[in-house]
Design a protein around this ligand. Structure first.
Ligand SMILES: [Zn+2]
Length: 265
């Protein structure tokens, strides 16, 4: 722990114990107001981030759906082609059989029989392919319908969430302005150098610049203070900062009492 680094100029230490205590009280109040505003904003921001992430997911789903639809179209075309192929083979087989009935010499008969046999083979093969394509198509259509339902659900959810976030953003505006006005009022009573120090530490220490050290430990970074330094802090006639995290420290007698009581239970 060390005396807080303030820019040179008229110091507040001449304020004495009462003045310093008041400055610390105002700093704590200011921090409460600042944190309350930030919490409101953060909540809306987080919800908006979720909407944005969901929108990205929706775009991915849309791309998947487009690819699937294209692939389905190709499979359907292929199936149609196979059906035509089957028709052709059946016609060919029929034709061979017709000729077979009219043929008189055995050489032509054997040739036509081979032809009919070949058509039969083609028919069996193409029928197998058609069966396979139909199964694949049914599976793909099922998948596609599922993705389409996912897409519709997500889209509806995004729409609802976006509306809610916009409403939340609008509804906190008044509360944020109210907190800001109070914070401005409190800040007026704080010495400019102390205020500058407070703002600087806040910017470095994720919003928390004033912490209690009632148990002999900085509650900001949990570093144990030197016993001598802790005594200096309890005297409350100088603005003290944690040597480790630089946060402004205060001593809360009531909090210390509560800690003491808890520890002895
Ligand atoms: Zn600390």
């Amino acid at each position: 722990m060390a005396r807080c680094k303030l820019r040179s100029g008229p110091f507040l230490f001449v304020l004495g114990e009462v003045g310093l205590k008041k400055q610390l009280e105002m700093l704590i109040e200011l921090q409460k107001l600042d944190l309350a505003q930030e919490a409101l904003r953060l909540d809306v921001e987080k919800r908006r981030e979720k909407v944005e992430a969901d929108t990205d997911m929706l775009l991915d789903l849309e791309q998947t759906l487009t690819r699937q639809t294209e692939s389905l179209e190709e499979t359907r075309k292929l199936l149609e082609n196979k059906k035509d192929e089957l028709e052709e083979a059946k016609k060919g087989q029929e034709h061979a059989h017709t000729k077979l009935n009219a043929v008189t010499n055995s050489r032509d008969y054997a040739a036509l029989e081979r032809e009919a046999e070949n058509f039969k083979k083609v028919i069996v093969q193409v029928e197998g392919e058609i069966e396979h394509l139909r199964t694949a198509l049914a599976n793909a259509e099922e998948q596609n319908a599922k993705h389409k339902a996912d897409y519709d659900n997500l889209q509806a959810e995004i729409e609802t969430n976006r509306k809610e976030v916009d409403e939340a953003a609008a509804s906190i505006e008044g509360r944020v302005a109210e907190l800001q006005a109070k914070a401005n009022e409190v800040a007026k009573g704080i010495q400019p150098q102390v205020l500058a120090r407070y703002r600087f530490i806040r910017s470095k220490r994720s919003g928390v610049a004033v912490v209690s050290a009632s148990g002999g430990t900085c509650t900001g970074c949990h570093m144990r203070l030197q016993p001598q330094a802790f005594i200096v802090l309890q005297r409350q006639n100088s603005l003290e900062c944690c040597q480790n995290c630089q946060r402004i420290l205060y001593y809360d007698a009531e909090e210390a009492q509560a800690l003491h009581e808890n520890a002895s239970k």
